[in-house]
Write a protein of this length. Structure first.
Length: 406
């Protein structure tokens, strides 16, 4: 048995000085320990990221399960749920099998997978189906009905494809938002919420960028729709105005919005109107991200820094402490997992941090993207426990393939 005493984030209580005793699961959380216990700084529950792109398959130059799961472990993320827009797309049993085998062989953290339209098998490790804008050109009644019968979630990149076709075609990263009008998100959100209500389907709006989206989801919940919304770090930290400083990292889909819109989105996080935080971790090779705007792929990597980043932003008052729930216990419940909580009976996924300012260098990152918008942080991840086993101690302790389907 292992015992840690420190300032721990507890469900419904926030930060409390306690001792956490655990093996595979958390056995006891108390003010004092029964036996020997190691004193540490801060203890957080292992993070559960509902929206990542680990790459692999035909895109290993961008990222692979080995590197991106190490990035996750480095940032305190113990469970990831991976998107299906691989090369090839995960829209048939054979590609799903290949991806599962690759993840099982390489991943340092536990995982679940999404499949791509219209493929949705009844497998325990498949969290649901992801719909991309191009998929919204189809009649979606059948997939919403099937997801409802299987109890799977439909995750939607909510941008109407016809509006995107008719939008401007900009030439600079700073104008990327012009190719993705706000109307495209609102139209798509209204449509999928209507479908979810019609079929009784669990639906989640991915990487929400608009306060309107969050309000529409809240209104749907009042009507009894099983709807939720996630926000990303970049959409609540940056606006279009930050594009020159961010450079190529500012090109993301859906795009950054104006500073006033971003700030209102962040206020809604503080007000408890957002269900989940998810990174949309999207690595690309440095060479790809250095191409001209039209050729540059959209995406930003986050996994390496999540625990230090959130602790730093909470300390600065930028984000509320509840953001920990948005990135741990709530996504765990969403997936039906006994994780993301420092409470007896939960799997012992734990992050140990110490306060120590540091400057982030590319060499500190495990992701193949080798980039991050943050350069100075106030906290360092010391250790990460996964299912009660020490998985990271200043570096990975477990071997690749330690991760398994959650």
């Amino acid at each position: 048995m292992t015992c840690l005493c420190g300032l721990a984030y507890l469900p419904s209580l926030g930060f409390e000085e306690v001792c956490v005793e655990f093996e595979f699961t958390i056995l006891r959380v108390s003010r004092t320990a029964d036996g020997p216990c190691t004193s540490v700084g801060v203890i957080l529950p292992g993070f559960v990221d509902l929206h990542v792109h680990m790459r692999g398959l035909g895109q290993r130059h961008k990222g692979e399960w080995r590197t991106e799961s190490l990035a996750a472990l480095h940032g305190g993320v113990t469970v990831v749920v991976d998107m299906p827009n691989n090369v090839p797309r995960v829209d048939n049993p054979e590609v799903l099998r290949r991806k599962l085998e690759e993840a099982d062989r390489e991943s340092y953290v536990d995982f679940m997978l999404y499949t791509a339209y219209p493929f949705l098998p009844d497998e325990s490790y498949v969290a649901g189906m992801k719909l991309f804008p191009s998929d919204l050109m189809n009649d979606l009644n059948e997939v919403f009905s099937r997801a409802s019968k299987l109890g799977k979630v439909v995750v939607v990149h909510a941008e109407d494809p016809l509006i995107l076709e008719e939008a401007e075609k900009p030439k600079r990263v700073e104008d990327h938002w012009r190719a993705h009008p706000e109307l495209a998100e609102e139209v798509a959100v209204r449509r999928v919420l209507w479908l979810a209500e019609r079929h009784g389907t669990k639906v989640r709006i991915a990487h929400s960028t608009l306060p309107t989206t969050l309000r529409l989801v809240q209104e749907a919940k009042v009507r009894g729709v099983n709807a939720s919304a996630e926000v990303t770090p970049h959409h609540i930290l940056y606006g279009i105005e930050d594009s020159p400083a961010l450079g190529p990292l500012a090109k993301v889909n859906p795009p950054l919005r104006s500073k006033p819109v971003m700030e209102e989105l962040r206020r809604m996080v503080h007000a408890g109107m957002v269900d989940f935080l998810a990174t949309d971790h999207a690595p690309h090779s440095p060479e790809e991200k250095s191409k001209p705007y039209e050729e540059m792929p959209p995406g930003i990597p986050w996994l390496d820094l999540m625990a230090p980043l959130l602790m730093t932003l909470m300390g600065e008052g930028v984000l509320p402490a509840e953001v920990i729930d948005m990135y741990s216990s709530r996504p765990a419940v969403h997936l039906g997992l006994r994780r993301g909580r420092i409470a007896p009976g939960s799997l012992a996924d734990l992050i140990v941090l110490r306060k120590e300012p540091w400057k982030v260098r590319e060499d500190d990152l495990y992701t193949k993207a080798r980039s991050t918008p943050f350069r100075e942080l106030d906290w360092v991840v010391e250790r990460v426990y996964l299912r009660g086993e020490l998985a990271y101690d200043g570096g990975p302790v477990v071997g690749e393939g330690f991760g398994s389907p959650a």
